[in-house]
Design a protein around this ligand. Sequence first.
Ligand code: NAP
Length: 466
Amino acid sequence: MKAEIGVLGMGVMGRSLSRNLARNGFVVSIYNRHVDGVEENVARDFKAAHPELAEAAMAYDDISAFVQSLAIPRKILLMVNAGPAVDAVMEDLSAHLEENDILIDAGNSHYQDTIRRIKTMKERNLHFIGSGVSGGEKGALIGPSIMPSGEYKAYQHISRYLEAIAAKDSNNQPCCAYIGEQGSGHFVKMIHNGIEYAEMQLLAECYSILKAQKESNESIANIFEQWMEDQGSYLLQISVDILRKKEGDAYLLDLILDKAANKGTGKWATSTIADSGEPATMIPAALFARYLSSFKDQRTKAEALFSSPKEYLSILNDKLKEAYQFARIINHHQGFSLIKNVSDQNAWQVNLSEVARIWTAGCIIKSDLMKDISVTLNQADNLLFNEPWCSQLSATHSATQQVVIKCMENQLPIPCLTAALNYFHGIKIGDGSANLIQAQRDYFGAHTYKKKNDPSERSYHTVWEG
Ligand code: NAP
């Protein structure tokens, strides 16, 4: 008997995805490398520990036997760490693959790496699908959101597996959609993670504001729980759980060191934002807030050196909620505008509404907001100029301003809320101040400038001195 699909890499995600495939009735071959004394019988032991794999899975630590166990064309889901590990396993596999076999990289690979890998595989008549997968360990087991890309013909061979294991949206449709050519799936997953960074940072900022108002963890959890009524999201829900979790008599959250780590997708998203020319300010703000958090020693030293206000911060919960809502709309607007921009630059024709739809379940940024955004993006490609977002931004703008002003007065850092507000103020100024920048550039570098009311758009240069 040949397996229908293989999973290479029995780490956190590979384990969950193979169980998910087996639960959906597929015969699956699972493989993990053998390293003497370190990684031995990993796949076999994993199979033995999970009854659903007993009949449905064949376990290997020999790569040749693993590949030979698969039906042709072979379909192999790579679940290894992004970067050199993907190239290493592709190299290990290459001697065993045959024309038309399909590799699916479902890790968090950089989309430029995926573009390169598709090209090298194609030269050998092999297919490569780069697929974002979101949902973490649990999502991968019960239904993740899946963002595949690459040659559509190759995708058609694997769509049934990915669609079966994906989460289902509110219409019972799979949260898996073909994103487009090349590395568009990994690109979209990278922006998903960027949006996630900003959503997490926004919640951390709201938490810090409520903490500054001397709210207890339990009462912050209660406030967030109330917000769930019309701002429901996975990240808000897990924050409620986190705020309530105790270790002994202490709240676990209070015992956790305030240094946020990252695995690189926020950094990649930020570099891509800079390259794209899209003013998506919230993802970089969230990334740099994580970087700043890691400067714990400097922060402690500076705290002792510079005085801080002792005033009692007083912001009404309703106002804070409105500011949170405002910033989330801007965050999603920026994220989807970025996807549109890069999709246009690469002629990927990414369907924004479909992306939002497959993010309504299974993934870390699933939310009620995402469901509404998916509806808007079905008819428009920009949230800012469309209802109900225009009205919601207008309605929550003043509260956001009040929250930001109070935090500034109290020296409370809120980089993402501020970035959202500054973006909004910047995008709604028809006549800004960049004329001075252009004049300065022309002054010192003869970079030229264009003049208002000159339809020819010719470039001018001025000798500014004298
Ligand atoms: P993980 O638990 O660290 O597992 C990594 C797997 O890759 C292990 O099976 C490891 O084998 C294997 N591996 C690494 N280098 C290898 C090499 N050179 N040759 C052969 N096998 C190699 O990682 P994970 O959490 O499953 O993540 C896998 C990918 O999914 C990553 O790209 C990650 O960013 C992405 N992802 C993770 C999550 C999550 O929540 N964890 C969510 C979405 C996406 P050994 O055990 O033998 O070292």
